[in-house]
Structures are given as C-alpha cells and as structure tokens.
Ligand binder design. Structure first.
Ligand code: ADE
Length: 358
C-alpha cells in the first residue's frame, strides 16, 4: 500500500550525497538540503501543523489527501512541502509545471501515470492553458479524464477512471488563478517570509549538513540578508563558504559572512543589485512615485513578471515601497535605504513584518 519511492524530475539530484567538495548544480544543492519530514521542517509552523493533521487523517482513514494549493514568492518552500507531504504519506510524487503541461495529451499522460493515492505537484499552476485547466477539473473532482478517440464525425468520447490522487498546486501569483480552479482545492495557503530565528536555524542546519563550521554571528549575518527565504539563505551560505574556504580556515564567522556578502553586493537588508536598481528607479527617476509597473520595468529593461513576483513582494513586506491606486510609491524607509532624503510626501512605510524579519 504505502510506497516510499519518489518519481520526479529531481529524484537523481535529490538523492545525491553531499559533501564540502560538492560540485553540483544550484538545484542539486538546494534539493540535497531540503527537509524530508515535518519534523525536519523549520518555520511556517501553523501550516506544517495543519498539514500534519490532514496527512495523519488521510493515512488513518485510508483516503487520498485533499488537493492543496500553496501560494507565495519563489524560494519559500512550496516544492519542498510537496516532497515532505509525499514522503510523509509514503506515496510517489510526480512533478510537473503549468508551462510544461502545454496540451491535453500531456495532461492525460501525466494523470494516467498516477498510482492510487499518489501526489501530483504542479508548479506555476497559474500558467496552465484554459483547455488543459478545463480538463483538470473532472480529474480533480471525480478522478476522471475525458478524451476522444479518432477525429471528425466518427470520434468516440471515452472516459478514463483515474486513481484517487492528490493535486499539490503551487503558484507565485494567486491572483491569476481562475475561480473554478481555486474552488477545486480543498485548502489554500499563502506562505510567508521566514522569521529571522527560523532563517538562522535553517542556515545552521544546512551548514551542518555540508560540514561547514559556522558560529552564531555567521549564521545571523547570512540569515539577516536572506530576505526571509530559505532558498536564498542556502545560496548565500554556499557563496560565503567559498570565501571562508579561500580566505580563512573554512569556518564561517560574522566577519567573513559580512565581508563576503558585501562583496557579493547583498546589502544588510538582503537587497541585491536589482532590488536597489528598482528602488532607485522609483525614488530618482520617478520622483518617489506613484508610478506604474510597466514604466519601472521599461526603465530597468527588466521583465514586469520578475519585478512583480520576485522584487516587489519583499520590498512591500519590509516597508520600502507601498502600493497606491495610482501605482507604486517609495516610502521614507525606501529612500533612506539607498541614501536619499525622503520628500515629505513619502509614506512612512511602517510594516509589522519588518520587526519580525530583522
Ligand atoms: N531548507 C530549506 N528550507 C528548509 C526548511 N523550511 N526547514 C529546514 N531546512 C530547510
């Protein structure tokens, strides 16, 4: 009944051994540091507790877990949670994404490859096309896939019964999901940026896994600049490890962490060059705003989607920008951060999240 094996696109990398000499890709590295159980998972406590209950109920009751949707900026653990859930359920995880399922046949082959109670993870689910999405509805609701054999007037309508499965959807853009798709999930959750204490614990855990000694100050420095995002924390840890290896004895303390991150252009609030260019654009070029996203994107020669999905959520969270009906505005804190005096019209940008994150 319960099967432990994972079928997914990252399985090989996921099972790679890790060592300080690891030369793998960024994705392999991130996968290797991923927690595999609820007990190993740090942060998002309320979500993890809810999932624990639902997983336990599904296991005890012998039913397939309900379809769950996770929303939030990249790097907060949506994929990781899908792996943890499948692992805890003892079922296979099949991994795909909205853009990869670009026609009905691909959806059909994915669905018909599922085993009883397996989990199907669809990343960027907001990018499914309308035809694929419509065909997903009966699969989610009645575990059914409808298709035609043949073409034209002789085409024959067929229905295939699917195993009971769990759809785990992930999106960086909850607002782009259609109401009928949203309705078919039993549970939605918006993931939050991780608090400093959790980020610190994640950095320490990852350092231990890769065998790099790190002290409290080193972990704090990396955690503080990781913008509440485990994927970024693990990436920064790897970069600081390089500096510590070349310039010190390989161990990370507060001073090597700070000096490496300064040189990598990640500032004390965790902003990188694109974040600062975005802030400068609003503050200097557009006089603090309000300014529309298209104008900012054009001024930076950057994709609007990247700004909306990656840059803005964090700047909003820490109160460096605000949204108004007429566009984005830089707050007094945003002006100060890039060394400018805020005009009197700039909002103060008080944000409850800031205290928790930094
Ligand atoms: N690595 C990446 N995300 C993690 C998390 N939430 N808990 C523990 N380790 C992690």
């Amino acid at each position: 009944m319960a099967r432990k094996k994972h079928i997914d696109v990252v399985r090989d990398e996921d099972e790679r051994p890790i060592a300080p000499a690891e030369q793998g890709s960024e994705r392999a590295w991130q996968a290797a540091l991923r927690p595999r159980s609820f007990d190993e998972y740090i942060g998002q406590k309320d979500l993890v507790e809810n999932l624990r209950i639902s997983v336990q109920a599904a296991k005890q009751g012998g039913w397939a877990l309900d379809h769950f949707l996770f929303a939030g900026p990249p790097g907060l653990g949506k994929t990781t949670l899908a792996h943890v859930i499948a692992n805890e359920l003892g079922v296979n995880l099949h991994v795909s994404s909205g853009p990869a399922i670009d026609n009905k046949a691909k959806l059909g082959s994915l669905l018909t490859g599922l085993g009883e109670r397996d989990a199907l993870f669809i990343d960027e689910i907001h990018r499914l096309g309308p035809i694929v999405e419509e065909n997903l509805y009966p699969a989610m609701e009645d575990f059914r896939f409808d298709f035609f054999i043949g073409e034209g007037p002789h085409a024959k309508a067929m229905t295939m019964q699917l195993p009971r499965f769990t759809l785990l959807g992930a999106t960086t853009r909850m607002g782009l999901l259609s109401a009928p798709l949203l309705d078919r999930f039993g549970f939605h959750w918006q993931l939050r940026y991780y608090e400093l204490a959790d980020m610190k614990a994640i950095v320490k855990r990852s350092a231990a896994l890769i065998g790099v000694p790190i002290d409290e100050d080193g972990a704090t420095e990396i955690a503080r600049r990781a913008r509440g995002t485990p994927r970024i924390g693990n990436r920064l840890l790897r970069r600081v490890r390089d500096f510590a290896h070349v310039e010190q004895d390989g161990s990370i303390d507060g001073s090597i962490a700070a000096s490496s991150l300064d040189r990598l252009a990640v500032d004390h609030a965790g902003l990188d060059m694109l974040d600062r260019a975005y802030l400068s654009s609003i503050c200097e070029r557009f006089d603090g705003g309000p300014v529309g996203i298209e104008s900012i994107a054009a001024s930076l020669s950057e994709e609007r989607g990247t700004l909306e999905e990656v840059v803005e959520p964090f700047l909003l969270q820490i109160g460096f920008i605000a949204r108004s009906p007429r566009g984005r505005v830089a707050t007094a804190a945003g002006f100060q951060h890039i060394g400018l005096v805020a005009p009197s019209k700039a909002p103060t940008g008080g944000n409850s999240g800031q205290g928790r994150l930094f």
